[in-house]
Design a protein around this ligand. Structure first.
Ligand code: ZN
Length: 715
């Protein structure tokens, strides 16, 4: 494993999480018996799909700042959530009634993960199709509710037809109401499945199901409730029912051969700028990032007994890596505590009493370092060490702990590509940007594949040429290169940037994988600072909002580019994973779940109709269909994300701003389960995502062109 556990206690006890799969029914029982057990050592971190006991358990996790990778989904009456957890945390959850159903990905470097995921795939056991919906509760309640079928859609992918429904009951406050959907196909086959209640922020939203396999096109659907309510009969509609223009013969695509680090992306941008000089500008964005850099740090003493954390004020690469620190016994009576720095060694000479015994405490040592060497060092007392006698310790070396060797240790210039025949602001602008979140490795592959398709085909395909005549395209492949470098070299689940705003004990290096600001919670509209939900003031949280709105270089760059080019009217913020297609509002206030203002009816129609076109284009590549239940406003289909970029682009700058979560769940016909693909899937999957979502971005360019043409026609 490349990730060095230098800062962690070395516990290696394996914890066996048994009962990996625990669905009801005989087929599921076989699956449970045959399934590979899910194992994680106590200190190992992994992305795990967990079936939680109840909503209260999820709420406690969210309140504790858990790293939630995906929207929790109701399933089998319980909640499925993808969480980044240590083995110890998973064991705690399991003891509280949760069940791990899938290790999506383990912490470690990419190549190790590839090998594991291949083994995992080979080990997957055959278990037969899961029987749909178990027995329904008999109707005893007197009250009769009313059911409204809000959505009923079907589609076919990979030869399998799926059905998904969303139904609302008027009995919104009854948590026990059960809703069952019955369907009939054109050739007379029938069946049924249960829906699951979906609540968000404690409020009932609707009942829905994960897409269910059906034998062929369903023509009739009704819903019934345990309170006696019956919906009207509806005909499920085809989803998304939009097909992009066919690709012309000789259309060039597939420019992605491997995952790309920020250094690779920089080289790719440079090459595209050179190769397509007449169609490309390379734009240096105004805010340089901190760079792949950290301060140098060491424990002075034993963190398990008594220790002081000593940290350099400057970054480690600025001459501070390798500096040594020690405490010494002066060997004489009645000496005061002194601090000296010479020849790159910080020496703390401990105070002694009349008998010559050292008497300085950890607090006194930390205070003395801070008082005497404030320009070079910061010292804090290790948690649990306050007031303890300071031992004679060291010399020990300060180190920034960074593992990457190919990455320049200096501020980074984030770059954008500008593509088009007329790059003068006279054409409607489209902005595609990716990797706000460092660990989402597939996302720059999407935007770079998109950019190169537009450029490579411009000379040979008249339709592509026409798009570049009419549209001004901006692409930021990696918004957060510092975090991405850390994700590739140090800790693959890194989500945030590399700026450490923590103070005091939170700067303890054991927290090194939790520092940084969530770039997509640092924007100005509907922010944490405005009282919206889905971001945190805790510098160690996965959704830390920063010290203020736009406190970070990364978020400032996105807004600066959009503001500098007011012709930008459409934007796509590319994330992973889960297979979502979303638009504003992206946040609500906790109190009463009041969202940012809803778009007008006309704008909502534009968002939805355009989304159907783009979902259709994504499906064209390898049949991946983004579910209707995951297509809609962020606040409705995912969760509240206070201070996200799309909301600022839409509400402040008037840009139609969408979000992709690429990496749709894959249907496993053997187990009858939808399986998550994770942040760094085996490259074949990431490659597939890059191809299909690049096709979606090309369709977004067509949407922008059509919108501009319609506006011009109506004057
Ligand atoms: Zn993301």
């Amino acid at each position: 494993m490349i990730v060095r556990r230098r800062w962690m206690a070395a516990a290696t006890t394996a914890i066996l999480i048994s009962a990996a799969l625990s669905h009801p029914g005989p087929a599921a029982a076989r699956a449970a018996a045959d399934a590979t057990p899910i194992t994680l050592t106590a200190t190992e971190t992994a992305l795990v799909r967990v079936r939680l006991r109840d909503q209260a358990q999820l709420d406690r996790l969210v309140a504790a700042g858990v790293d939630l990778a995906n929207r929790p989904r109701a399933r089998d009456g319980r909640i499925l959530a993808d969480l980044v957890l240590t083995g110890a945390q998973l064991a705690d959850l399991t003891a509280q009634g949760a069940t791990a159903t899938q290790i999506v990905q383990r912490a470690g470097d990419g190549s190790r993960h590839f090998a594991e995921s291949v083994r995992a795939a080979q080990a997957r056991t055959a278990a037969g199709l899961r029987a749909p919906g178990a027995g329904q509760r008999t109707t005893t309640a007197a009250a009769v509710d009313t059911l409204a079928v809000q959505q009923a859609y079907w589609w076919t992918t990979g030869g399998q037809t799926f059905l998904q429904a969303q139904v609302a009951t008027t009995a919104t406050d009854d948590p026990d109401v059960e809703i069952t959907v019955s369907w009939r196909t054109a050739d007379g086959a029938t069946g049924s499945f249960p829906l699951y209640r979906f609540e968000d922020a404690g409020e009932y939203q609707y009942h829905y199901n994960l897409p269910q396999p059906v034998p062929s096109r369903p023509v009739q659907l009704t819903a019934t409730s345990s309170l006696g309510g019956v919906s009207r009969v509806v005909t499920p509609a085809l989803w998304p029912n939009a097909t992009p223009p066919p690709l012309p013969a000789g259309y060039q695509k597939d420019f992605i051969d491997a995952y790309l680090t920020p250094v690779d992306i920089q080289a790719r941008i440079k090459r595209l700028g050179r190769q397509y000089r007449d169609l490309v500008d390379v734009i240096d964005l105004p805010n340089k990032t901190q760079g792949y850099r950290r301060t140098a740090v060491a424990y002075l003493g034993d963190p398990a007994a008594a220790a002081v954390v000593v940290e350099s004020v400057r970054f480690g690469d600025r001459g501070m890596n390798g500096v040594q620190v020690r405490t010494v016994d002066p060997g004489r009576r009645n000496r005061p505590l002194t601090v000296g720095y010479r020849d790159r060694v910080l020496t703390v000479s401990l105070a002694t009493d009349t008998a010559g015994k050292t008497v300085s405490t950890t607090d006194e040592v930390a205070a003395a370092i801070n008082a005497r060497q404030p320009n070079r060092f910061r010292a804090t007392v290790e948690d649990g060490s306050a007031g303890l006698p300071m031992p004679v310790a060291g010399p020990t070396r300060l180190d920034d702990g960074l593992q990457g060797t190919e990455v320049p240790a200096k501020p980074w210039t984030v770059q954008a590509l500008r593509l088009g025949v007329h790059r003068d602001g006279s054409r409607v602008g489209v902005l595609a940007y990716s990797q706000e979140h460092a660990r989402e490795w597939a996302t720059p592959l999407v935007t770079l594949e998109f950019a190169e398709r537009m450029l490579a085909n411009a000379r040979t395909d008249p339709a592509t040429r026409e798009l570049l005549e009419q549209v001004d395209i901006f692409v930021i492949p990696t918004v957060n290169p510092d975090g991405a470098n850390y994700s590739f070299n140090d800790y693959n689940f890194q989500r945030k940037n590399l700026v450490n705003h923590c103070t005091g004990p939170a700067r303890d290096p054991k927290n090194r994988n939790s520092w940084g600001v969530d770039v997509n919670r640092n924007y100005t509209v509907g922010s944490y600072f405005d009282g919206y939900v889905g971001a945190s003031a805790n510098c160690l949280s996965g959704t830390y909002a920063g010290t203020a709105e736009l406190s970070e270089a990364e978020s400032g760059n996105v807004i600066a580019l959009a503001k500098a080019h007011p012709n930008i009217r459409f934007a796509m913020n590319v994330h992973s994973y889960g297979g979502y297609f979303m638009w504003p509002p992206g946040a609500y206030r906790a109190d009463g779940r009041i969202t940012l203002p809803r778009p007008s009816i006309d704008e909502s129609t534009l968002f939805l109709n355009s989304a159907r076109r783009i979902v259709g284009a994504i499906a064209q590549e390898r049949g991946t269909v983004t579910w209707p239940s995951q297509t809609g406003p962020v606040a409705d289909v995912l969760y509240s994300a206070a201070g996200n970029s799309a909301d600022q682009l839409y509400y402040e700058l008037g840009i139609f701003a969408w979000d992709f979560e690429v990496g749709n769940d894959r249907w496993n016909p053997t187990t009858g389960e939808w399986e998550g693909v994770g942040f760094q899937p085996p490259f074949d999957e990431a490659h597939g995502e890059s191809q299909e979502y690049a096709g979606g971005l090309v369709e977004l360019v067509r949407v922008a062109r059509d919108h501009a043409a319609a506006e011009a026609a109506t004057g």
